[in-house]
Design a protein around this ligand. Structure first.
Ligand code: 13P
Ligand code: SF4
Length: 384
């Protein structure tokens, strides 16, 4: 018997190393209490008052109470495209996390303002690669005389600083939807790739989609001298993986897969590529959040699916597909706590403030960083 998604114990993950929360970044002004029964009506009224002046983007990991107000929902790639395609809306409210709102600010025009309803909605993975650490790594590659052979590729889940670093050095941004295409592009330009900051997406794409071996991949630990690697390792590697990971997807284990297969005969295991390599290998299918949604929508009635991604999305898929058996891949369920920071009170606060003419919680990337980060983002958007 499978435990329904709604009955599982809950964990909140992802905020431990969130520097915004450590700095005590709070919303200015008064947040409405979550107990206010009028919140839905207030959000509707503020959004109606703003009309075409506001465009609300919602990542698939957002809460239902927030996603219902999104003009468009998507994975990070689709949302970046959508932000770039809305030059007429002066306000973009980004229901997602900090790096996504930064990318939206970079991709939108100067007269547009991007709002993140809670400034503390960071991403622990993005925080695992700081600008200084990446500079230091690059200097190590220069000292070894191999930097010219290396093309940097950064996952969308990285700060604007890191994207700018990559843009300056001829690299590209990728998302979980286009990582293979980005790596094809990079290997046409250099014999090695420095992949930031998610080691799992980098390894899974290199080994399972590009035909590289695990021995071609090395993990660079920014907290150790020379990445903690023995001499000669960086020279021989084809894929230099940054030691970063997602605290939500990193929880799924091979045991989770074996356990669900034993409990639910015939179950299809569908996971996000931020999961560990052994989990992705043991799964039946792997793909971005958009891919996961499309796969479930196209699945036959009566089929059973164990999904390894964030819980808000899995719960929504279970509700929207009552004719299929949808379950969470792991018994200890996790939401992404930073995604979950965007709740209805924060959304109401942002929309009402905008309707009153005050822009709160704006995300603004400085012009120099934005210029170089845009180079790397535009290279991604131009991938075939
Ligand atoms: P995608 O939206 O690219 O599937 O990535 C998932 C994720 O972890 C976003 O933070
Ligand atoms: Fe970051 Fe993982 Fe949360 Fe995505 S799910 S925002 S990668 S911590």
């Amino acid at each position: 018997m499978t435990t329904p998604v709604r009955d599982l114990p809950l964990l909140l993950l992802g905020a431990d190393s969130d520097p915004a929360s450590e700095r005590g970044v709070d919303c200015p002004g008064d947040l409405p209490p979550a107990s206010d029964p009028g919140l839905v009506a207030r959000a509707e009224a503020a959004k109606a008052a703003l009309g075409d002046r506001v465009f609300v983007l919602g990542h698939h990991y957002q809460r239902d109470e927030v996603i219902r107000f999104a003009d468009v929902t998507g994975d990070s790639f689709k949302l970046a495209q959508q932000a770039a395609a809305r030059p007429d809306a002066p306000y973009i409210v980004f229901c997602g996390v900090h790096f996504m709102a930064e990318s939206a600010d970079i991709l939108t025009a100067g007269h547009q303002q991007v709002v993140l309803p809670d400034l503390a909605a960071g991403c622990s993975m993005a925080d695992m690669a700081t600008f200084d650490q990446v500079e230091e790594c690059w200097e190590a590659l220069e000292d070894l005389g191999i930097a010219d052979d290396v093309v940097p590729v950064t996952y969308m889940n990285s700060s604007a600083d890191i994207k700018a670093f990559v843009g300056r050095r001829g690299g590209v941004v990728c998302t979980s939807s286009n990582a293979k295409r980005a790596l094809d592009w990079a290997y046409e330009r250099g014999s090695k790739v420095l992949f930031l900051p998610d080691q799992h997406l980098g390894r899974n794409t290199a080994v399972l989609e590009m035909g590289l071996s695990l021995d071609d991949c090395v993990v660079y630990n920014p907290h150790r001298p020379n990445g903690g690697l023995p001499e000669g390792t960086l020279q021989d590697a084809r894929m230099i993986l940054w030691k970063g990971h997602c605290s939500v997807h990193g929880r799924f284990s091979l045991d989770s897969v074996n356990d669900v297969r034993a409990r639910v005969p015939g179950v299809n295991v569908l996971v996000h590529p931020e999961c560990r390599h052994e989990v992705v290998r043991a799964a039946d299918q792997v793909g971005s959040t958009e891919y996961i949604i499309r796969t479930i929508e196209a699945a036959p009635a009566g089929s059973a699916w164990a999904i390894g991604t964030e819980l808000n999305l899995v719960k929504r898929l279970a509700t929207q597909n009552p004719d299929k058996q949808i379950m969470f891949l792991d018994k200890a369920v996790c939401f992404c706590s930073t995604m979950n920071r965007i709740d209805l009170p924060h959304l109401v606060h942002s929309l009402e403030s905008l309707a009153a003419g005050e822009v709160v919680n704006q995300i603004q990337v400085d012009a120099d960083t934005a210029h170089y980060a845009r180079l790397a983002l535009d290279r991604m958007l131009a991938l075939p």
